[in-house]
Design a protein around this ligand. Structure first.
Ligand code: GDP
Ligand code: MG
Length: 436
């Protein structure tokens, strides 16, 4: 996510850390680096100058707090400034005994429908009972797009393929689900407008008639600073809104979108970093900045851990950490990791992990999990406990039993040995953070 911004910030920090002395010149260089990186990420010039002049002024002060190195002090300044421009965190917390309506608005293609499924999955995990209403009567494929997403998530969808009046569907859908005692109803709208003015008009109209508890404006992060006007118009029009910024995966302008939206004082509730149902993240400025700067943020992981309700027992964890894991352990760990979505993304969150993740072929790992399940099921208990006993003829037997190539069986054993090594080498730091 926001790779360019992240890499740029980290490079600037690294340069500062490795500079011989932190003198006036080094500070000025650092500030200039930060300026350049933020501008490249499409952050508004005014904001960039504000941040950097404040850092420069503070950093050049001769006295820094006792017990701090100048380098740490400066990095901390950067962290604080970035967090400050991103505003406060806010969170969805609906009363469970009420029927709460969420209205999603945003221009066409901004990612509303995709986000509808992400948000549903997210709220399902939080324990809400959810219904989805398809109030996009404009785009012919809209209903089917949502239907497929809903089927995957096993969430009921309300919609009518031939109805042309979105307002009518929104009202009927609300009634339909609220009568079933759902506590969250998400209404996905069409947003066929090209302009903010019309968008806000439609939003106001549905708003007035449906009376939602929360209106979310979905903004395409690739538009960068232009997000400002959308967010501002929206923020001025509703007091119960939050903002979602999508497509932050690999978007060079994402930094600008986030900065622009927050500078309107509107609250960013979520960011979205991919097309998959798990690519959703609650927006927490501190966490976000920690991740960008590479300060290794465990909080993000912990929240996901909680969400996936990981239940690894302690002794097992200890065994794995000491490098003595069995094939069963490996498999279980991999399956649990998979609950978090992409393994690679998860590894990225962990301090020091990117280096290790390079040594594991994570993409293939995910693809292979399914095959490995069959392989593991074809192994005897003894073999699973101690894979070292596997010789050519046993491998052949397992391959036959599981219907995969011998090569695949060997590959699994190789990966297993590699993971074991990594666990040992890092003393299970990876898992320990995970379980903490
Ligand atoms: P809507 O018109 O607002 O409902 O937008 P859609 O949800 O149909 O999304 C429009 C396009 O953007 C689709 O091709 C989605 O797959 C894509 N999309 C949505 N969210 C993301 C995201 O976070 N990252 C990426 N890369 N693509 C996204
Ligand atoms: Mg849509």
């Amino acid at each position: 996510m926001l790779e360019q911004l992240r890499d740029g910030l980290r490079a600037a920090i690294k340069k500062l850390i490795y500079s011989d002395v932190v003198d006036e010149q080094a500070i000025k260089d650092f500030v200039r680096d930060i300026q350049r990186v933020l501008l490249q990420a499409d952050v508004n010039v005014k904001i960039v100058l504000e941040i950097t002049s404040s850092i420069e002024k503070e950093a050049l002060r001769s006295e820094i707090p006792a017990g701090l190195s100048k380098r740490d002090y400066i990095i901390n300044l950067l962290y604080n400034e970035l967090v400050k421009i991103l505003g406060n965190e806010s969170k969805i917390n609906f009363p469970r005994d009420k029927c709460n309506i969420i209205l999603l608005v945003g221009i066409q293609g901004s990612g509303k429908t995709t986000f509808t499924s992400k948000l549903s999955k997210y709220l399902l995990r939080e324990g809400y009972q959810i219904g989805i209403v398809c109030a996009d009567t404009f785009r012919p494929g809209a209903y089917d797009q949502l239907r497929i997403l809903c089927e995957k998530l096993k969430i009921e969808l309300y919609g009518k393929k031939d109805e042309k009046n979105p307002l009518k569907i929104a009202i009927e859908g609300k009634k339909y689900f609220c009568e079933q005692n759902k506590n969250v109803v998400i209404i996905d709208t069409a947003g066929r407008h090209k302009e903010e003015k019309d968008l806000i008009q439609e939003m106001k109209e549905i708003n007035r008639q449906v009376v939602p508890q929360l209106v979310l404006l979905v903004i395409d992060g690739t538009i960068g600073q232009q997000s400002y006007s959308q967010a501002k118009a929206f923020h001025d029009a509703t007091t119960i809104g939050g903002i979602v910024i999508t497509k932050l995966d690999g978007s060079a302008k994402g930094g600008g979108a986030i900065a622009a939206a927050t500078s309107t004082q509107a609250k960013i509730l979520f960011i979205s970093t991919g097309e998959g149902a798990d690519d959703i993240e609650r927006f927490v400025p501190e966490r976000f900045v920690s991740r960008l700067l590479g300060l290794g943020d465990i909080k993000a992981i912990l929240e996901r851990v909680k969400q996936a309700e990981i239940g690894t027992d302690e002794t097992k964890a200890r065994r794995i950490m000491s490098g003595k894991m069995t094939i069963d352990d490996l498999y279980e760990q991999l399956m649990q990791l998979r609950k978090f979505g992409s393994i690679r993304k998860l590894l990225e969150l962990i301090p020091g992990m990117p280096e290790i993740s390079d040594s594991i072929d994570t993409d293939k790992l995910e693809e292979r999990l399914e095959k490995w399940r069959f392989v593991i099921q074809s192994m005897t208990k003894g073999e699973r406990q101690n894979p070292d006993v596997l010789n050519a003829s046993r491998i052949k037997r397992i391959a036959r039993g599981s219907g995969v190539d011998e090569k695949e069986v060997r590959e699994m054993i190789k990966q297993y040995n590699q993971m074991k090594l990594v666990m040992k080498r890092t003393k299970g730091k990876f898992l320990r953070n995970f379980l903490r």
